[in-house]
Design a protein around this ligand. Structure first.
Ligand code: PLP
Length: 390
């Protein structure tokens, strides 16, 4: 429990007590130690770099009409969300209702669940959480709107709604402007809901490594989204919120004068995948590993797939030269130069290929400043998030 921005934040709320106490004992023993003396695998958050990333994004967003609503699915941490709010974010985006509840309990106001919430229990939790703070959810189905309206009416709360539009990603979202108009008309008539706008996440553009092509694709996606916004006028609906964007398009979608909110999240930590796309931010997240075995040019580390995410891109060495040879459940192997001095017991760090699925494997961050562990922050909404929210 700690005080953040004048509010008491119990970011470990709901976690099993005994486990938390034992784990935090292990973690807390690291406070004051050098980052090269950790019990591994350990997730290292470089606070100095994260602060610079937050400041860089805040500075950029101060020059754009759109406001920042950072996605917290990457960090799942109330402490980092509060740092982003302090730097001018208007609220946060989440992937799940559980993440939204964890953030709301930690005092974050104005939350967008940038995803569908489906299923009786999750909708009930959403409706109840919407008493305390404005919670908005993305919707692309009329029956889902009915269910949200019924739950909000039953609990006496109001749920914000964005009509999600598929802008080319082919995931969720209304496929035609006619479908969007029908959904908006329906949402506007239902009690318990507040129809606020549209969302169109251009996720297919985030994977485009060629900057010029990414710009073209992102512009096309927003052009389509704004065309749908224009056609909504025919049913008397003028969206106040037009929400889109991620780290790969932060300075493309984020500069569109008609986009009101940017959902970028990965910029805070970065990873090998996002570093290739957007070199403007520094790497704030690494995984510490110990050399378990060395034979000739092969070093074997105690970090495998259970300790580092492998989506989109494989992990890379950070601060030593080597080529990944294998990544097993509990081990990774790197081919290093014959002259490389690393031996059994030495600590190294790895740069995750993808941040969100790496963070999700850990209970806590080792928060490092000036190469020293200064704090331990729980990954409060880890897993799929329900444990901490219930
Ligand atoms: C709906 C939505 N918005 C925003 C983001 C954030 O993107 P990034 O992590 O690239 O900043 C994601 C990422 O998957 C997403 O699914």
């Amino acid at each position: 429990v700690q005080e953040v921005r004048g509010k008491v934040v119990d970011s470990a709320a709901g976690l099993p007590d005994a486990g938390v106490i034992e784990l935090s004992r292990l973690h807390r023993a690291a406070i004051g130690r050098s980052r090269s003396e950790l019990t591994t695998p350990a997730l290292i958050l470089n606070l100095d770099v994260a602060r610079r990333n937050i400041a860089h994004m805040a500075q950029h967003m101060s020059t754009t009409p759109a406001k920042l609503r950072p996605h917290v699915k990457l960090h799942k941490s109330p402490q980092i969300a509060h740092m982003q709010m302090d730097a001018g974010a208007i609220g946060v985006s989440t992937a799940t209702v559980w993440e939204a509840v964890v953030m709301a309990r930690a005092g974050i106001e104005n939350i967008l669940i940038a995803n569908q919430v489906v299923g009786r229990e999750k909708i009930r939790v959403l409706a109840e959480a919407a008493h305390a703070t404005l919670i908005t959810v993305a919707v692309d189905d009329a029956h889902n709107l009915d269910d949200l309206s019924a739950a909000a009416t039953a609990t006496g709360s109001k749920i914000g709604v964005l009509i999600e539009i598929d802008v080319g990603m082919g995931r969720s979202g209304a496929r035609t402007d006619d479908e969007a108009r029908r959904l908006a008309t329906h949402a506007g008539r239902l009690p318990g809901l507040q129809l606020l706008g549209v969302m169109g996440y251009e996720g297919h553009c985030m994977l485009e490594p060629d900057r010029e092509l990414r710009v073209i694709k992102a512009h096309a996606a927003m052009e389509y989204l704004l065309h749908v916004v224009d056609t909504l006028a025919a049913v008397g609906f003028e969206p106040q919120v037009v929400s889109a964007g991620g780290t790969g398009t932060y300075d493309i979608t984020g500069r569109n004068p008609r986009v009101t909110e940017l959902q970028a999240g990965s910029y805070v930590f970065m990873d090998a995948f996002h570093g290739n796309l957007v070199p403007d931010f520094g790497v704030a997240l690494t995984v510490a590993a110990t050399v378990l075995s060395r034979h000739d040019r092969l070093i074997v580390l105690d970090v495998g797939r259970k300790a580092i995410g492998t989506d989109l891109m494989m992990p890379r060495p950070a601060g030593f030269a080597g080529e990944l040879v294998f990544l097993n459940e509990e081990h990774s192997g790197f081919d290093v130069d014959a002259a490389c001095p690393l031996g059994v017991g030495d600590l190294v760090e790895l740069l995750p290929g993808y941040g969100p699925t790496t963070v999700n494997l850990y209970e806590a961050y080792h928060v490092v400043s000036d190469d020293t562990v200064v704090d331990i922050w729980p990954i409060a909404a880890r897993g799929y998030g329900a444990l901490a929210a219930l």
